[in-house]
Design a protein around this ligand. Structure first.
Ligand SMILES: Cc1ncc(C[n+]2csc(CCOP(=O)(O)OP(=O)(O)O)c2C)c(N)n1
Ligand SMILES: [Mg+2]
Length: 817
């Protein structure tokens, strides 16, 4: 279905120029009377107190790290503590106008942001809500550690709860906000709107955008902030997020009720990466706010703000919040601040002068805001001193509680195993009616499929012609259509997902049925495709993202390896990640479009790895993945997209069904040798088995692995017990292939039954060559026979073509090929 917009050459070739609007910098004017009216005296003092608490919390951490003690309490903290001393006004100012349903995602330096956001939420919630949150969070485990302490009000108690939950998390305690599995750089507390913080520089940009997409698409209240550092403006995924958030389609193609995602990219601009100075050394923007001008005509509403004045930050955040609420996001703030503390406590500040640090100390945000309140009669010096004393006592007590191993036991290491996956079956993530454009019965492709042959052969065993058969890509389509009609939160996107019909026609027919906001083309931004999908999934939605080619996972490495894989466990199971990442394994397109990278993702803990080979499994395994709550990397070979069902004689079932997770399947029974295939190699395995049977009388059992992780070894073990011999083959290059791990486990599990060590066959350890040479690169049926002959069982009169001798093995290993 072509888009309605016409790209008119007359218009696009017209002579004109691009103009920019001025970008405001530090234009906030202090006016105490006005501020008093806006915030009230109590809130103005509260802002000071919040800054003071954060300063003291981090001063305590600094002393613990550098001297092993604070106010007489000794403790050794071996883990990290990236402090933001100096940045308190930015964190507290930002939180002032945020409501609990507004989310902030941050960086490795987020203790202050977590505390500020939670304190702000506490200020807005009533006592009953606060008590319920505290009592129910981890069934009261965190609350129990502080509930017997004397607190004058519920709010004070909630504040102590937040200080304790954060510190216990930093100290890896079971009572911490993420049961000690997140730690200093990843702690968060969703009930108050503090979302995951990220140790990867800029990692929160695309995740926060995904969370904003969730709010937008599911019509949920609130805005989302990505707190990222000035140095993160050098990171590709951050720029991908800017353009993804600014796509014209939100205005031009989506329903008018949507607008653009409510995301604020907030640069906590402390002027440094670790030691690299951004403006002046590693970047060229002069002022970070400038970058907004390059993204869209709204210039992302970019603005520079004085982050040493909490009220200037509060004012700017409120103004951006209004813009986002009107659907005109994304917004961008360059908050000028300064990190007085080192990057980490081991930082000797060798990259900056004493003079510079003294200049910032002179205008210290906590001191100067305190002085401002005194100057304007909101606070007396005595009150300020009392606040300081009180704060020190609070922090000291929090430290005592969080380091008391009885009240705050360390997490049990075995907890991790139990939260690596959530392993749930959840049909839909919300109960509302899914938004669709056509009833399922009206979908043209759905109706076409009703007339297709769901088994590839007729009653005489003759294959049906290609245009008559139900194919692998039809299986993918049916699973997608089912989920779109079942789960209202379910969305899918990637490159060419919509009008094109999906990169390889799997989605053809979906454009007609599914509105733009549930199925859309993304920018060519692989990192942001996966990162936003993570944010969408962790916020409560279900998503299928697609990377056209498996090889493009390289562009989304961090998002797949560090985000998608990690957040369920780093959150101690608080977050789910119902995210299916479809990747196709190509061929014929040479070295950068033809790689099976199952090993890469199977190596990363926290990912499920599926690789169906048949139409029945394409549908059943995608149904399974899309009904689950775990991140799945879903491999599909382009070699198999057009094939029909060749194994299940009843054909691909018409209704809904799921393939059993982790279960390999016997495709042909045999007694003499087990051949385990992954993906399309199944179709080389069958002719190899035929040849071995006909010519050498060898009865081969062919097992289609289907799953790399998780994997149930029972079927494999049972087969090997019977055959005593096993060959494993896939299209991945042989070195480091996921099959080697399986082979190694089979050696351990079946040692007493094996005649010879398992043999792993893969593609050559080379670049994948041009289509014309592929037959000499990917495993072919006769390679399987060659390997059996050389390594397991010499076949009478057989002359191998591939060299599987031990000499060859060591020769190529020596060469690194
Ligand atoms: C992708 C990535 N690269 C490098 C690092 C190592 N690193 C940690 S913090 C940091 C500097 C980040 O600077 P900025 O984004 O300005 O945040 P700040 O530390 O100033 O708060 C670096 C390079 C990392 N954690 N992640
Ligand atoms: Mg910085």
């Amino acid at each position: 279905m072509p888009k309605k917009q016409i790209i008119d050459p007359k218009k696009t070739r017209q002579s004109s120029e691009i103009t920019f609007q001025p970008i405001p910098a530090n234009q906030y004017q202090s006016n105490f009377k006005k501020e008093l009216k806006t915030h009230g005296k109590e809130r103005l003092i509260r802002i000071y107190e919040d800054m003071l608490i954060i300063r003291e919390f981090e001063t305590m951490l600094n002393l613990i790290k550098t001297q092993g003690a604070y106010e007489g309490v000794e403790y050794n903290h071996p883990g990290p503590a990236h402090l933001s001393i100096g940045q308190e006004a930015a964190a507290v100012g930002q939180a002032v106008h945020l409501s609990p349903e507004d989310f902030i995602f941050g960086s490795h330096r987020s203790h202050g942001e977590i505390l500020a956001k939670c304190f702000s939420a506490i200020h807005q919630l009533d006592d009953q809500s606060l008590t319920t949150i505290m009592e129910t969070f981890f069934e009261g485990a965190t609350f129990n550690a502080i509930k017997d302490e004397a607190h004058a009000t519920t709010r004070e108690q909630a504040e102590a709860f937040v200080l304790y939950g954060t510190l216990a998390e930093i100290f890896a305690r079971d009572t911490g906000f993420n049961r000690g599995l997140g730690g200093s750089m990843h702690a968060f507390f969703i009930p108050f709107g503090s979302m995951p913080n990220n140790a990867l520089v800029g990692g929160s940009a695309d995740i926060a955008l995904g969370s904003a997409l969730f709010k937008l698409i599911n019509r949920k209240p609130g805005m989302v902030i990505a707190n990222i550092g000035d140095a993160s403006l050098g990171c590709g995924p951050v720029w991908e997020s800017f353009s993804f958030a600014s796509m014209d389609q939100f205005n031009d193609l989506w329903d008018d009720s949507f607008g653009r995602p409510p995301v604020l990219f907030n640069i906590m601009n402390n002027h440094y990466g670790m030691g690299g100075q951004t403006a002046g050394e590693t970047m060229g923007f002069d002022m970070a706010a400038r970058v907004g001008a390059g993204i869209n005509p709204d210039q992302m509403h970019a603005e520079r703000v004085d982050g040493y004045n909490p009220l200037a930050v509060a004012d700017a955040t409120q103004r951006k919040k209004e813009i986002l609420a009107s659907g005109k996001g994304p917004a961008f703030l360059d908050i000028v601040t300064y990190r007085m503390s080192g990057h980490s406590p081991s930082d000797a500040s060798s990259y900056r002068s004493k003079e510079e640090m003294e200049l910032w100390e002179e205008v210290d945000c906590v001191k100067s805001y305190g002085a401002y309140l005194i100057e304007n009669g909101a606070l007396t010096t005595e009150q300020l001193e009392a606040l300081q004393k009180n704060t020190t006592a609070k922090i000291r007590r929090t430290l005592e509680l969080a380091t008391d191993t009885e009240r705050s036991p360390y997490s049990d290491i075995n907890l991790i195993e139990s939260v690596m996956f959530s392993n749930q079956s959840v049909e839909k993530m919300d109960d509302r009616e899914p938004e669709v454009l056509l009833a399922r019965e009206e979908n043209p492709r759905n109706n076409q499929l009703a007339r297709k042959e769901r088994y590839a052969f007729d009653s005489s065993g003759k294959p049906f012609s290609a245009n008559k058969i139900y194919t692998y890509r039809d299986g993918i389509f049916e699973a997608m259509l089912h989920r779109f009609h079942t789960d209202p939160t379910f969305i899918a996107y990637g490159e060419e997902n919509r009008d094109w019909g999906g990169a390889f026609a799997c989605y053809r027919g979906l454009t007609e049925s599914i509105p733009y906001h549930r199925l859309f083309n993304s920018p060519i931004s692989e990192a942001a495709i996966v990162g936003t999908a993570c944010g969408y999934a962790m916020s409560g939605g279900r998503v299928c993202a697609e990377l056209m080619y498996c090889d493009f996972m390289g562009r989304a490495g961090d998002e797949i390896f560090n985000q998608m894989a990690k957040w369920q466990s780093m959150s101690a199971g608080i977050l789910n990640m119902p995210l299916v990442l479809r990747v196709s394994v190509g061929n014929k397109y040479g070295a950068q479009h033809s790689q099976d990278w199952t090993a890469l993702v199977a190596h990363i803990p926290g990912l499920k790895v599926f690789y169906p080979a048949t139409p029945t499994d394409a549908k059943g395994m995608l149904n399974l993945a899309l009904n689950g709550t775990d991140p799945v990397v879903f491999f599909e070979s382009q070699k198999t997209y057009g094939i029909g069902e060749q194994f299940e004689t009843a054909g691909v079932p018409e209704g809904y069904y799921e393939t059993e997770e982790g279960q390999p399947i016997v495709r042909r029974e045999g007694t003499d040798l087990t051949l385990v295939t992954l993906g399309p190699v199944l179709y080389s395995g069958i002719p190899a088995a035929d040849e071995l049977k006909q010519t050498y009388g060898l009865d081969v059992e062919v097992i289609d692995l289907r799953f790399v992780n998780p994997l149930n070894y029972d079927v494999l073990i049972e087969s090997i017990r019977k055959t005593g011999r096993v060959v494993l083959a896939s299209d991945a290059v042989e070195r480091g292939s996921a099959l080697h791990t399986i082979a190694s486990n089979l050696t351990t599990l079946c040692f007493d039954h094996l005649d010879a060590p398992p043999v792993v066959i893969g593609a050559k350890n080379w670049i994948s060559p041009a289509a014309e040479m592929e037959k000499e690169y990917y495993p072919q049926a006769d390679w399987i026979i060659d390997a059996i002959h050389e390594r397991i069982l010499p076949l009478n009169g057989y002359t191998p073509k591939q060299n599987y001798t031990r000499e060859e093995l060591t020769r190529i290993a020596n060469l690194g090929v």
